[in-house]
Design a protein around this ligand. Sequence first.
Ligand code: SF4
Length: 365
Amino acid sequence: MWTVASYVVRQKLAGRKQYPLVLMLEPLFRCNLACAGCGKIQYPAHILKKDLSPEECFRAVDECGAPMVSIPGGEPLMHPQIGEIVEGLVARKKYIYLCTNALLLKEKIHLFQPSKYLTFSVHLDGQREEHDLAVCREGGYDIAVDAIREALARGFRVTTNTTLFDGANPKSVRAFFDEMMELGVEGMMLSPGYSYDKAPDQKHFLGRARTRRMFRGILSNRKKNWQFNLSPLFLEFLMGKRAYPCTPWGMPTYNVFGWQKPCYLLQDGYAETFAKLLATTEWSRYGTESGNPACANCMVHSGYEASAVNATFSSLGGFLATVKATLFSGYRDDEALRLLEEPQTPVHPLVQIATTSERLQETRA
Ligand code: SF4
């Protein structure tokens, strides 16, 4: 927190309006799962075979300068030089979130050393049944939980990252938070799913109004021991208590194609360098307020968490709101308790990988 706070203050003092907070470094697109909500693994085989070299990763990290590096993918543990990449980033004192489904974590854990700079961010989309459905793999939850136990026992930092789609049961999500805290993870990250054009399942992405309603139910009347690995103001944004514009440059993406325009989710071209990404992207075309239909329902953390962090450091009011949210807010809300009792639309037995025709309707509110 101190590293992020001092970095943001330095950017503000330098008068920088667009600064990166987290580099999304995708060293490969290959994965050992085929989740129905994923838009990353549908590339042709010759692209899926490509890896960023450690040198390419280091160049991107040095060029960008963000204090944190998130390594999603694909499945980063399938990268043949992932140990070398992580070692090089730790040497640069970058805070790394290695995002993994944990299927290979026990097998590959010897490649890593515990460090305050390295966190395994394990992808778990809810309790056992919900997670296995979301990742289309029976037994995936048990493997991930087993790997989390192993990593914690070896002294690694471990968090979870959870993507929630339409039909998520708020009561079950809250029970999942209890399970994760009991397991001993350091914090939990949440995001609503984004409707990638390439994702096989196009039926279960949330619109903005439903996203706010769902997160209000989940995150109100919060238990004291729940720890989230997200800006408290971003959580309030998900609950519908705050509105922010998207700041896609806050979490820029570098992958085998280069610097992706404008964000982790959309692919409107690539730039050779981070400086060119900032200079040549037409930023006004993006964000919910832009009217761009691709952004209409988006509330994902890679677009809006940097906005929330920026708000914390932009005014005394933002700072005090963050302190209040961190220390004092249980978010007592009787209406949210009622939302938890609403009958849920049952989650379909399993996502239909081949179905792509029906698109979510705009539900912005
Ligand atoms: S609103 Fe979402 S999809 Fe649009 S630029 Fe921002 S992060 Fe990307």
